[in-house]
Design a binder for this molecule. Sequence first.
Ligand code: NAD
Length: 458
Amino acid sequence: MFKIAVAGTGYVGLVAGVCFAEMGHQVICVDIDENKVKLMKSGMSPIYETGLEEMMQKNYSAGRIDYSTDYNSAYKDADVIFIGVGTPEQPDGSANLAYIATVARQIAESVEKDCLVVVKSTVPVGTNDKVEQFINDFLVNDVRVEVASNPEFLAQGSAVHDTLYAERVIIGTESKWAEERLMKIYEPFHLPTVSVNRRSAEMIKYASNDFLALKISYMNDIANLCELVGADIQDVARGMSFDDRIGSKFLNAGIGFGGSCFPKDTKALEYIAKQNGYELKTVKAAIDVNKEQKTMLYKKASKRLITFNGLKVAVLGLTFKPGTDDLREAASLENVPLLLDQGADIYAFDPIGAANFSNVYPQGQYGQGRITYVDSAEEALKDANVCFIFTEWGEVKAVTADAYKELMRTPLVFDGRNIYKVEEMKDAGVEYHSIGRPPATRESVKESKKLVSEVIGS
Ligand code: NAD
């Protein structure tokens, strides 16, 4: 078993650290955020992930994991140091490597024995070469330090499961020593492992994420066309899914992808291509479609209603997807300010993300608009004039079609996640607009076609 240090205790670093401890390694997780470290030492997780807190407590009690802000003590005698700090998007679309550089410098100043540094963060191709050079340039002690790439593929909301039962582990190394050490660390997980060189490993991460983003944007593009020609995207997706070459996953149309990865990783790869004199047309298309899609529902609703001013608007779901408290690039963050600007009286419900959202938009008045946070979907829907569904939480899916009819003043629903069958909403007497499907209204498909063509044309 190895002595492992992990830099950064976000979704990637903390989950990796806890899972390494679960497999019997000795782990120390480092973060610069003292509050986070205090919280973790008290057995609480700073992020919401199913099963994470229980596993933190179990391994902390067993003495296999600890948390610290003292990077020097954590790094000096580590066999392996994983880097899981953020690489956020910069205004030009490139990845900000400042956090990686800081950790690299801290490692160079601290390590007192031979050590493998493993970059888990998503970084542009060639970054690992630079990190290795950087560390060796600043190395204080006469020790061997090599850098390996081990990109992370977990999805927020199922991060622990995705780590323990990963579909593959990608190992990018430039020496047998580094490859063997990294293989040994992952041995107890018994997972399929792909060993390649560092640059290929870095590219596998971007190519995988951007392919998934492309798949989502493709389905959203087709969904918009479905509305124009009177087809149903869910039936289309079902028909497509039987083809093994296409697969059945990531075929759901909606209001676009969000989160901390797809938006920034598409832009970063487009930037890398540009820097190399190449235009990555497919990825650019995925980005463009997504930008339009994020406000598709709002635009549809704006065409349907004269105004939002003075209307009670129920907003169901704020996070970028269910199972997480993360709001990064969530559709709600694009749509709520538009609604507030238009004077909407918003009643928002999210089972986990409301606290984070209220840090950005505290409950209260915004010009003529207002936002109030409530504890249930039913409370949000009571007497509402219109409802927007942004996240398909179980608590939202549990609301029956009849409940919209019974609770709302005017049962008018704009669903960005295609939760309901159009027929059931129609039967319940709810006017229902979703993505890529005919609406449930008194209107004919022809009228809906008009609505969509106005939105797309605007
Ligand atoms: P995050 O923002 O949730 O966490 C980063 C953490 O690093 C923060 O807690 C921050 O305080 C800490 N930090 C910053 N500087 C530090 C330093 N010098 N030493 C120690 N800690 C430091 O980030 P995340 O979502 O976990 O993502 C991390 C990386 O992994 C990114 O490159 C991201 O693209 C990639 N990734 C993320 C996901 C995901 O689902 N979130 C999935 C795969 C890959």
